[in-house]
Write a protein that binds this ligand. Sequence first.
Ligand code: NAD
Length: 480
Amino acid sequence: MDYKLWIDGQWVDSQGGKRMSVENPVNGAIIAEVVDASREDVDRAVQAAHRAFYDGRWSRLTPAERSMALWKLADLLDARKEEFARLESENTGKPYQLVSLGGDLPFSVDNLRFFAAAARDTHGYTSGEFMKGYTSIYRREPVGVVGQITPWNYPLMMAIWKIGPALAAGCTIVLKPAPGTPLTTLLLSELIAEAGIPAGVVNIVTGGNETGQALVEHPDVRLVSLTGSTNTGKKIMKTASDTLKRVHLELGGKAPFVVFDDVDPETVAGVAAFTSTVNTGQDCTAATRVYVAGSRANDAVEAIVEAMRAVKIGTPYEDGVQMGPLISGVQRERVQGFVERAKSSGAKILTGGAVPAAYDKGYFFEPTVIVDADQKAEIIQSEVFGPVLTISTFKSEEEAVAYANDVNYGLAASIWTRDIGRALRVSSQLEFGTVWINDHIPLTSETPHGGFKQSGFGKDLSAEAVSDYRITKHVMVKNA
Ligand code: NAD
């Protein structure tokens, strides 16, 4: 399959852009060719979004009209969810069941329905007489043309998390998916048109980091929203400062999973294994740092190792498969490199750490448990983005909090305890955008998702996401 760019409601040829191949990570086969968009292509897409914003074909619709189009988009995606799930599985190697029934697709449909409703929320619009003889009106207006840049780990869902709130707010969009995983985002363009969202409101340009850079530099883009790594977030923030754009950054994570001594480690081992290997550990909220009360350490290590060994690796349609390959050869080398460096710095690999013998084609990697790593070691401090967890111990509540907070990231954390006082006390001390108590990983469309510290700022999901795409204008009327 050979794709073009989706600009102004139609497929267009690139102006001087190169082509890029898209692979299936299960076996490395090339499954599509897409455009590596040039600076001219990006400019053309931004101009289309700019015209669409300023002539009001979307921004001046009533909230109800925008809501209806988003609802229709949700219905269309729901009706074609198996097709989208198959394509997403092919492009990412994810287990089909996890994408179709268990996760990405139903959740993406629900996200769109939430944003359809949120489009009609008038919270924050107010007026009043704050000075004698004057009426003040606050208007929450759409920011304008937004540039949105997504990663490869949940390609369709990340695209929905970007376009949903921006469309609800009335913005127009140029979206750039990750270079290796653009296929479901490109397919979404058909549904966007069918839902009656006018031409030019959502434009999709495929390409690599330079394409993204051109979007961030473009003077007519008012806000850039990135989901990606912390390093990319830092670069984008610097580039955006030249044109003083707003930035909205959903970046990396290194989630702690803190198990206190009143919880039986065997009851949490399965959750630790699931939440560190889901999406092959390529999840920004993956439980990657397990901290266990010292008194329960032996039981915890044994139970978690057993649960990690039980995770079923496989190709997308194999029976009972829980974990597919990593996204690419480059990513597998990265993960392997982290494990090797942990080993040479004195940590022990209790299980995993290698390519599974039965899956030597494609980019598979075994679920891996590492112990005896120093709190300051790279394997504890850096995001690996693979099915790798460390287990460490703590002696007191204070030490648990200190270890959990002792990374640059601050996206998500979980605490496991039956003591409600401790759960609330510790949750208030943790510097993370989400803290789960007695679970790890659930999300809903209503709840804000976003980081503290170097995990970024701004929220995806929830009414807060829509608010991030609006700007407040004060209109002051002299009554007399
Ligand atoms: P990445 O940072 O390498 O790339 C993300 C996107 O940014 C891609 O589309 C890429 O082409 C683009 N990009 C890269 N450099 C750019 C530049 N200089 N200017 C403009 N665009 C540029 O990330 P990735 O490897 O695709 O994804 C994995 C990362 O995403 C992990 O760090 C993960 O934690 C993070 N992530 C975060 C969340 C969250 O909600 N916080 C969710 C999913 C993934």
